[in-house]
Write a protein that binds this ligand. Structure first.
Ligand code: PGA
Length: 260
């Protein structure tokens, strides 16, 4: 894993946006895997700014989101479909039929999940998957002890994740129990990974993901097996790592051709 530690979420998001922009500029037909939640909000703002001020063109780009709540229609403000419209899709030129989000209202959930996997394959696979991480180490909504080979499927949220997401719903009781999420196996097939995390609350999950043992107890640790995973975090999220000096040394001394 390449660990990039920056002073603030704002600076980290600017670097993350440069990476996404490079993927899209190098390959206009790029397939992006997208995440929701508070972490990627600044990244999406940066991408919108690059689109508006710097002609970053998404017209040939396709997107696949990681997850969605079961039982939430796309017009519900807490749905991830609504989140993506508000925070990215309404502000850039990705044609709507090139965006994909699991359907939380699917009548046949297993059938829909299999179809989602086929759609990713048909699009040629994901070039860059954007990820946040849960305080319990989940990626997508793959909660601890998810199979490290899992595919898109229904998952039951942990109490901790429901508590973490309660602010969006007004109360913990209102947070759905079930979600549809890409699996860890699905995520691992992406050609590139961009994991972001900000704040002290994520420090433990980041330390275990980057420096802990590979274990289904910490789904993020599966990324240790990925050939091209970048972890872009702020100082607070990095605060429990032990090898920060090395990570900073590597970033400060990148050969020119590796910079983005
Ligand atoms: P957050 O969620 O970005 O809102 O902290 C991340 C996650 O649960 O994966």
């Amino acid at each position: 894993m390449e660990v990039i530690i920056l002073p603030s979420p704002e600076e980290a998001s600017k670097v993350a946006a440069r990476l996404v922009a490079r993927v899209v500029r190098d390959k206009p037909t790029a397939v992006l895997g997208l995440a929701t939640g508070s972490t990627p909000l600044r990244l999406y703002r940066e991408l919108i700014a690059l689109h508006q001020a710097d002609q970053l063109d998404f017209s040939k780009t396709s997107t696949f989101n990681l997850d969605e709540y079961v039982g939430l229609a796309t017009d519900r403000p807490q749905s991830y479909a609504h989140f993506m419209q508000e925070n990215l899709f309404n502000h850039v030129n990705i044609p709507p039929d090139q965006t994909h989000i699991p359907d939380g209202m699917a009548a046949n959930v297993p059938g829909h999940c299999a179809e989602y996997e086929r759609a990713i394959q048909k699009a040629g696979g994901i070039d860059l998957q954007v990820l946040g991480i849960g305080s319990d180490g989940h990626i997508g909504f793959n909660e601890p002890v998810s199979s490290l080979s899992s595919r898109t499927r229904i998952k039951t949220l942990t109490r901790r994740t429901r508590a973490d997401n309660a602010p969006y719903f007004g109360s913990e009781d209102a947070v759905p129990h079930h979600v549809i999420t890409m699996g860890i196996g699905t995520i691992m097939e992406s050609r590139g990974i961009l994991l972001m995390a900000f704040g002290e609350k994520k420090a433990d999950a980041i330390a275990k993901t980057v420096e802990g043992p590979l274990t289904a107890l910490v789904p993020g640790s599966a990324l240790q097996m990925h050939v091209n995973a970048k972890v872009i975090i702020d100082e607070a999220a990095a605060s429990k790592l032990t090898r920060t000096d090395y990570y900073k040394w590597v970033y400060d001394n990148k050969p020119d051709w590796q910079k983005f």
